[in-house]
Ligand binder design. Sequence first.
Ligand SMILES: [Zn+2]
Length: 321
Amino acid sequence: MTTTSFTKKTLGLETVEPAVTPPPSSTGETTFTKKPKISNGKSKKRDIPEGLWVKCKKCANLVYDKELDESLKVCPRCQYHFQLGARDRIQSLADAGSFVELDANLVSVDILGFAGTASYISKLADNQKKTGEKDAVITGLAKIGGHPVALACMDFSFIGGSMGSVVGEKITRLIERGTADQLPVIVVSTSGGARMYEGMFSLMQMAKTCGALAYLAAARIPYISVLTHNTYAGVMASYASVGDLILAEPGAEIGFAGARVIKDTTQAELPAGFQTAEFLLEHGLIDAVIHRKDLKKQLAEYLDFLMAAHHKDKEAAPATA
Ligand SMILES: [Zn+2]
């Protein structure tokens, strides 16, 4: 009891007049005496509209949503790269107005009749509604720094960017288009791996995409793989890891099996920074780690170099057909 009265006195609730005396309420109390909420120490979180602020996963600072959009979803304080949706990614890379989408209407079918906690059909419908996309990759033709390219961008928000028949087929068709039209192919990956809802059909996509890439390589057309947070499993074990150039975004987690699984299996301490872009750069898997704001410019420079070499090749060894 003594504590209560002490607190009240220090807060001045009974002795200090408000600057403007509010009208008394019908119960005879002044609204002022009804307002100790202001000083009760509780968070006023509810007053902040949801979705305006995003908490950075690395530095824990609150970042204004609009500011995050303007910085291509990179934390302005610590440079943490948030995941970027496929449409935003295309916009960040393609020359203005140059992107033409291909195979936009390919949709997955529930070939296994998968029924777990949620059926595959309902999972697909939910994700299509949530993202406004048909599946986890968008492919098309675009220009980057003036160079015509075949571009694929994956979207992690669609069933974890998982690779099912549609993802595999769209990427394969894109690579085949690149081969036919002599266009360099760029795939920006983010994926948890093959889509378990499609069983073996999703695993088949690993061989199919890599088969198409072999034809692209035989035609001496460059393929650039860009790894973003995070790229794992069946995608990393197929088209994502076989680029002529393999680039990655800072801090991106990249691997086949996750760190926890490897640790449990090998019972060994994993080195610091294991499965990060920087670690893989140091160990030779990745050619360069590039900040998102520089990615377009860097890709354009690589294309200048690679396409000059490609055209020189063609002049030196004209097609025999
Ligand atoms: Zn941050």
